[in-house]
Design a protein around this ligand. Structure first.
Ligand code: PLP
Length: 462
């Protein structure tokens, strides 16, 4: 809706521009940004739009709902914070209950933290603790296998698990050598000409099997993968049977399966948990972005019953604690977001609008000579750009266009925030933008997104 909290000034440039602009354009600003240039300053919102201090209204991708605002205010009045090491709180307990119930009891505990990165770190630590607390401990399981061109977070542990070449570069020397990588499931580039889905999947499973063998199968702690590859590879759904085949390899060797659903989880791909569409249940599952819909820093680790049982029989607790774990305000926000997803029956909308988005992208951009691949699931779609469609040749590293498309999208005549990615900046493949509209998006909004994205592509690529 068009709800605006009273504490945010009217976003019209006339009313707020000057005062807020003074802050944002002050060249001596001290906030570090990831980009070399200062990003646009967001001062308000209206419906699906973010509003900058220049009054530009940019199509954005977050839910905005008065009910979540009210839940946060209510929690603030009750209790904003209580140290999680000594206390629990109703907001965190309620959220954990709704999350565990949403898995049909397959996952039986939730561990709540503040970011996807922290959830991944927690998953790595819990996997290691699990093997140390089995009735017959297996402390030799210290290795992890994940996938190339993956991203699992930015701290040293999660960076090591992922394979984002550019973000790892400076730190290679202090990243653990106990993480090993196998190929992504990436049909557009990974599948050979004429190869069937079954044989491609079998080939990937064999690669994982070979990796286990070369490492020593009983030294592997877990295989880590995104259920549906997110922004780094560009919205690549797993092929049918892929995750099942990977899980079989893990089971054969007694290793755990960690599914990272930081991006693909909590409804983004059309089911609350992306693994529901894959016929597998993970041992550990990370969740984040859709959990709190951006209202508060929040993420979680959902833990399979058998892991919980092992820890319960072992030391009884997870040997990990953070100051803002289970933060009451974040949990109250996320709990309300999750209730709204159910109350408003948003998942069918994600599926229906997602299909519409996919159809429109194919219709409008399928023939573009530089749009090599259009792929996605639910409300999570990507366009991969190539110099040459028939050879799939990418633009060279210095000419990758995803970021140019992003910058062009922010021009006033387009005003759309396109999510750029480049395969973890491996300098080989990957040059894409992702589109991820809010779960309550409409047909009209999807049409607007595709129209604006097409115009941006037209300007940049002709
Ligand atoms: N895992 C995946 C799959 C992600 O996409 C991300 C962030 O984009 C992370 C982990 C890290 O999450 P955060 O940025 O919340 O720390």
């Amino acid at each position: 809706g068009d709800y605006q909290p009273e504490t945010i000034a009217s976003p019209t440039p006339a009313a707020t521009g000057n005062q807020l602009k003074d802050i944002s354009t002050n060249d001596s600003g001290v906030l570090y940004h990831q980009l070399r240039q200062k990003p646009l300053n967001i001062v308000g919102g209206r419906g699906s739009y973010l509003i900058t201090d220049d009054g530009l209204e940019i199509l954005r991708r977050h839910l905005r709902d008065k009910r979540v605002h009210d839940a946060i205010m209510e929690q603030l009045q009750k209790i904003p914070y209580a140290y999680s090491l000594y206390f629990t709180n109703n907001a965190a307990e309620n959220l954990s209950r709704i999350l565990v119930d949403s898995t049909g009891g397959k996952m039986s505990r939730a561990f709540i933290v503040s970011s996807g990165t922290e959830a991944v770190e927690a998953s790595v630590k819990m996997a290691m603790q699990y093997f140390r607390e089995l009735p017959t401990p297996q402390p030799q399981r210290v290795k992890f296998i994940s996938r190339t061109q993956s991203y699992h977070g930015n701290t040293l542990g999660s960076l090591a698990v992922g394979h984002h070449i550019a973000r790892r570069a400076i730190y290679e020397s202090i990243l653990t050598k106990n993480v090993h990588h196998v190929s992504q499931c990436y049909p557009y580039r990974g599948m050979k000409d004429g190869e069937s889905t079954e044989s491609y999947v079998a080939r990937l499973a064999q690669e994982l099997e070979d990796k286990f063998q070369s490492l020593g199968p009983d030294t592997v702690c877990a295989f880590v993968a995104e259920t549906m590859s997110g922004a780094t590879l560009g919205c690549v759904p797993a092929l049918p049977g892929y995750l099942k085949a990977m899980k079989e390899v893990c089971e054969r060797h007694g290793a755990l399966l960690i599914l990272d659903e930081v991006m693909s989880g909590m409804g983004r791909t059309g089911t609350l948990h992306a693994w529901e569409q894959e016929g597998v249940v993970p041992d550990l599952q990370t969740i984040a972005k859709g959990l709190g819909a951006g209202y508060a820093p929040i993420a979680g680790l959902l833990v399979n019953k058998h892991v919980v049982d092992t820890l319960t029989r072992g030391t009884g607790a997870f040997a990990h604690s953070q100051t803002y774990q289970g933060h009451p305000v974040s949990c109250a926000a996320a709990y309300r977001v999750q209730q709204i997803i159910q109350e408003d029956n948003l998942l069918p909308n994600v599926r229906e609008m997602g299909e519409y988005l996919g159809c429109l992208l194919h219709e409008k951009l399928g023939d573009n000579p530089h749009v090599g691949d259009i792929r996605g699931r639910g409300l999570f779609w990507a366009l991969e750009f190539v110099q040459n469609k028939s050879t799939k040749e990418s633009y060279p590293p210095s000419k990758k266009i995803a970021w140019t498309l992003h910058a062009t999208g922010l021009k006033p005549e387009y005003a759309i925030s396109l999510m750029p990615g480049n395969g973890g900046a491996d300098g080989v493949n990957g040059d894409h933008i992702c589109l991820a509209p809010p779960y309550n998006t409409t047909k009209a909004e999807i049409e607007l997104i595709v129209d604006r994205a097409s115009k941006v592509i037209q300007e940049v690529l002709g």
